[in-house]
Design a protein around this ligand. Sequence first.
Ligand SMILES: Nc1nc2c(ncn2[C@@H]2O[C@H](COP(=O)(O)OP(=O)(O)OP(=O)(O)O)[C@@H](O)[C@H]2O)c(=O)[nH]1
Length: 945
Amino acid sequence: MPKQQRVYELAQELEINKQELVSKINELDLGFSVNNYMTVLNPPEIDSIKAALGGTKTEAPKKKATKSSKKKSSKKAEAPVEDKVEAAPAAPVVRRRRKTATEEDEATEESTETEVEVVRPTVRRRRKVETADEVEESAEEPAIEAEQPEEVEEAEAVEEPAAEEPVAEEPVAEEVAVEEAAEEEAEVSQEVSEPVEEVEEAAAAAPAEEEPAKEAPAPEEKAAEEPAEEAKSEAGEKVAETVETPAAPVAPPIRRPPPRSPKGGAKVLGRISESVLKDRLAAENKDFTPGPSRRPSAGGGTRSSSSRRRGRTKRVVEGSDLYGPKSRRSRRGGSRGRSRGRAKKTQKTEITQAAEHKRVIRIEDVISVGDLAHSMGIKAAQVAMKLIESGMMATVNTTLDFETAALIADEFDYTVENVAFDIANFYDTTPDEEESMERRAPVVTVMGHVDHGKTSLLDAVRASSVTSGEAGGITQHIGAYMVETSAGMVTFLDTPGHEAFTALRARGAKATDIVVLVVAADDGVMPQTVEAINHARAAEVPIIVAINKIDKPGANPDRVKTALTEYNLIPEEWGGSTLFVEVSALEKLNIDGLLEAISLQAELQELKARADRDAQGIVIEAELDIGRGPVATVLVQRGTLNRGDILVSGRYYGRVRTMHNDRAQTIDKAGPSQPVEITGLSGIPEAGEPFFVVTEERDAKRITENVADQRRKEVMASRAKESAGSLEDLSAMIARGEMKTLKIILKGDVQGSVEAIKEAFGKLGNDEVRTKIIHTGVGGITENDVNLAASSDAGAVIVGFNVRPDNRAAEVAEKYGVQILTHSIIYDAIEQVRGILEGLLSPIVQEKVLGHAEVRETFSAPKIGTIAGVYVTDGIVRRNAKARLLRGERVIYESTVGSLRRFKDDAKEVKTGFECGLSIENYNDIKVGDVVEVFELEEVKATFD
Ligand SMILES: Nc1nc2c(ncn2[C@@H]2O[C@H](COP(=O)(O)OP(=O)(O)OP(=O)(O)O)[C@@H](O)[C@H]2O)c(=O)[nH]1
């Protein structure tokens, strides 16, 4: 001490159950919460937990004793299960009861575990928990399995009773998987426990909610520890079976004395008669499938803890949105693991109607058919069938986008929720209450054709500002500034030019309230004027037309007005609704008139914002200042930005260290429509990137990390799509000279075949193209492989020999456009790669002679030059075909056939035996006796042979 501890370590120290400790920490409202028992606690947190849990320790010795004895018996039971389960005699239920009933004085959570064991064998559950723990600590990465989705399906269908598949086989090593498993366990436990209570009540047992296995008689525990392990295991299995198979013989229930305990959350132990249980479930309109390989409940409070955790997922930063992809992967892995475990445990599928709240499937943009089916607890084939019925060919690996997944899920009465990380979810888009808002300055952007006077007009406006002459009011360029007019403040974005405007708009940010369209009176409506109109229209921003340069002699404002009517910009005096102002930026004529028009327009728009809230806004521009680090000009759009606020913008965040207004004055706060220059960000955000303020720095960190991750993937995706969209694209790349090597990631089922294929690939190719193995490995194709392929400079293909991509890898490959080639015959793999390489070879250009023509006479034509009167001796002569002039054996000139005529008519081609006149493009020195050889070039696919 003092040192950090994980929750489970503290639980060990406090001698309480780790899940229970998680629940308690979150219940105690200590000012922090924990996600799961792997969460790291700081010394102060540890102290406050210990202080708050002072009373808990008193229970510890009992618990420990119970737990250890339970573990002991549980462990004893484990070993034989796998080998002897089939040989064991069936008498199970009683034995199970005995074992579980031994848990005298067991604390809340322990008793709930026991209760689960009533209906499902303890052995497996205990093992899963323990194994998961162990794996969690030891394994960094789940074992890669050459997992074929079909196998999963098969497994679901087989559903053999198989306690022998240890959960540790599954890649559940990661924390989140375990956590999720725990959550689900809790739910199962709760569901299962309800009937138990009922049974107990029926058996005249009183306060079912109250007490763990207090009444469990000691002899039963002994019985549980008897050497007849196999019988016990068998018992567990049998319990499971009898519960779901109505025809199975049912052992008579053993009634127990009503349990008593002052502690809440514990459940009464009692043996459940299958028929009673079934009746109970039937009464509740539920079905019961004992399959889920869920761990025993970690305590009476676990359900609430689980829901608390869910509740937290809705929090900005605790949500699943913020979990890294790694966690998500492990979650998936975990869920697959459970699926398989469940499949092997049950004899046959029973359709379990999920509770309403569980009928929501959360996906991140996409989901595979297999995963979707799994989430709905149905066979992938059913989902595939639905898709095929709707006209979409699908396999278990087909990736569905959110819309399709939602449609299909709806067919099965499920809802799909897209929980993909989207920073836009963090922007508060709910409008503030009308009464909380106050008038704000309009934000104006000046646009127009080049040289029509945008900059001059902005300068003139700035100079006209009431405050411009103030001492200390040295204007500095911060990309935006506020001008005080007689009608109030106006904010000008000093980003003339369409690019800046569109850059802001491209990010969905609407920074501008009014566009001032500058049109030079002497030049009129020009292409960029029209572009500006279109941009403003697209952004639904009203336009004020400033007809500039009216001081110029050739100025013709009416011509401009007339021209603009074509674009539906009609001045008021002509019956329209557009404000037109005639100005001279140079002479500073009527600048007030322009500002007045702006104020009038702003009034019409009733621009309001709430000031007393966290700031939100947009980055106008940002750059790196050598001395100050990243400097950003931001426009506050709602709320007030304070110095010291934690600001998040795209990938970057930081505490606002300094804040200056457009006159370089240090300020502490900035309200709506105010542009300020800030420092303190971790990087340079892009112009147009929205920003918002968060309270916790760690929230900012997590959000920006996710944004960075997401943007990286987007870049990778677009790059991969461009570069590795298809094999044809790869060929196109080589044609463009962009790739000379075919990068390959090679995965195989065994090292031997990987080595053999690697060697064979190495021999393919020639001087021009070759393979380059950038990664090899034994095992299934994983998301990492796909990421590697996608991030490879020129894209890479993945070759899988006797292995397939897991669902996640397939999804990501689809997303990034990474090619995955799977084979089970080495020869085929080699041939395909050879084919790709050959496709990458530059085609061979061959010459094909079309024919010859002998020059019989020559004459010259005005415009054309020398015309040769020729006789086609063989083949054909074609207009525009390539031609070379031969004099004897010498090639005199190479060009194309220009004009081609027979008598007075133009001809396309002339055949053997005919005469015609032709010219050779750019060559006149044709002589009688020369031969014109006509030919064309054709491309032939190159091969290595
Ligand atoms: N006579 C006259 N000349 C003007 C007026 N406004 C601008 N000019 C001149 O027009 C030219 C272009 O003005 P700018 O303000 O640079 O025009 P701009 O639209 O900002 O140009 P770009 O930034 O290149 O798109 C300059 O030489 C200005 O002096 C005006 O009202 N009257």
